[in-house]
Design a protein. Structure first.
Length: 305
């Protein structure tokens, strides 16, 4: 990949990034977890009336328009050397991720989908170790193992079971795209504000989806009101706000450490599914949720010792 040579030029890691408590980063992570967890349920509601590409287009092209307005007003311009990195990260983080996840969720339920996506911190830690020179340490890997074991346990304990069908593999591909994009995004956040990076990623990442706009408009016009409200929710909360808070967290923490907080997404998604759709987790799944959260605590509390 052409951007590989510039991966080593990461922004200096602050004391807070090395292990101290950062209230702003913690608050940003909590917002990200809540909104991204809810998106799995909303995507399931919207699929059917909308195809995977139409849903991705409705969600991200609308967010891209909002980002364009911001960029026209404030004009935060990245350096020329950053455009290749920014473009690759944007396409992976937006177009590729959305189409793969939406296609996968046609047959994979919201809960198991969130568990598969949660392999992203493992991919991120591995890539960041080699690409950014980040030190993860034995506590980091121990916490990752506990959390990943919990995620696997929840997936096996779901009502429908865990079937490694092609759609599940597509969701795994979405997790890999997200991990690569997060590592590519990290150095940019040392040179640009988080809001500017988020806006550029939303704008550039939505461009490959533009050809599907006419079909998407027709599909939205024929869809039930519930679907249109669901799309509006996805645009505003998991996308515009969720991507911004994730960029803020990624700016203030190492890529591996920030991504490990995302192990909280599956338990929260399970809770939302229970409240919203009446999905009851199994006892084994509840144990897996505790393991996922425990792993995050190991990474972020014990590792710094």
């Amino acid at each position: 990949m052409e951007v590989k040579m510039s991966m080593a030029t990461s922004a200096p890691i602050s004391t807070k990034q090395q292990g101290g408590f950062d209230l702003v980063a913690f608050a940003a992570i909590l917002v990200t977890i809540l909104f991204w967890a809810s998106s799995f349920v909303v995507i399931r509601i919207c699929l059917g009336p909308l195809t995977p590409i139409e849903l991705a287009t409705a969600r991200y092209v609308a967010a891209g328009v909002i980002a364009l307005v911001y960029l026209v007003i404030y004009r935060p311009m990245p350096e020329k050397r950053d455009f290749v990195r920014l473009s690759v990260a944007a396409v992976l983080f937006i177009a590729a991720y959305a189409v793969l996840l939406n296609t996968g969720e046609q047959t994979v339920a919201a809960g198991p989908a969130s568990f598969i996506i949660n392999t992203m911190p493992v991919f991120t830690a591995l890539i960041a170790t080699f690409a950014l020179g980040e030190r993860f340490g034995r506590w980091g890997w121990a916490g990752t193992a506990v959390s990943f074991g919990g995620v696997a346990l929840i997936a096996v304990a779901s009502d429908d079971g865990f079937k490694l069908d092609p759609n599940a593999v597509l969701i795994l591909g979405a997790a890999l795209c997200s991990a690569i994009a997060s590592v590519l995004q990290k150095p940019l956040l040392g040179r640009l504000p988080a809001l500017a990076v988020t806006a550029w990623i939303l704008l550039i990442g939505s461009v490959p989806l533009v050809p599907a706009v006419p079909a998407t408009i027709q599909a939205l016009a024929a869809a039930p009101a519930e679907v249109n409200w669901g799309v509006a929710y996805l645009v505003i909360f998991p996308t515009a706000i969720g991507y911004l808070t994730w960029a803020i967290a990624l700016k203030r923490l190492t890529a591996a450490r920030a991504s490990n907080f995302l192990y909280g997404v599956p338990p929260v998604a399970t809770l939302i599914g229970f409240v919203w759709l009446g999905e009851t987790p199994t006892a084994l799944g509840a144990i897996g949720g505790v393991m996922a959260i425990l792993g995050v605590l190991v990474v972020n509390v014990m590792r710094k010792r």
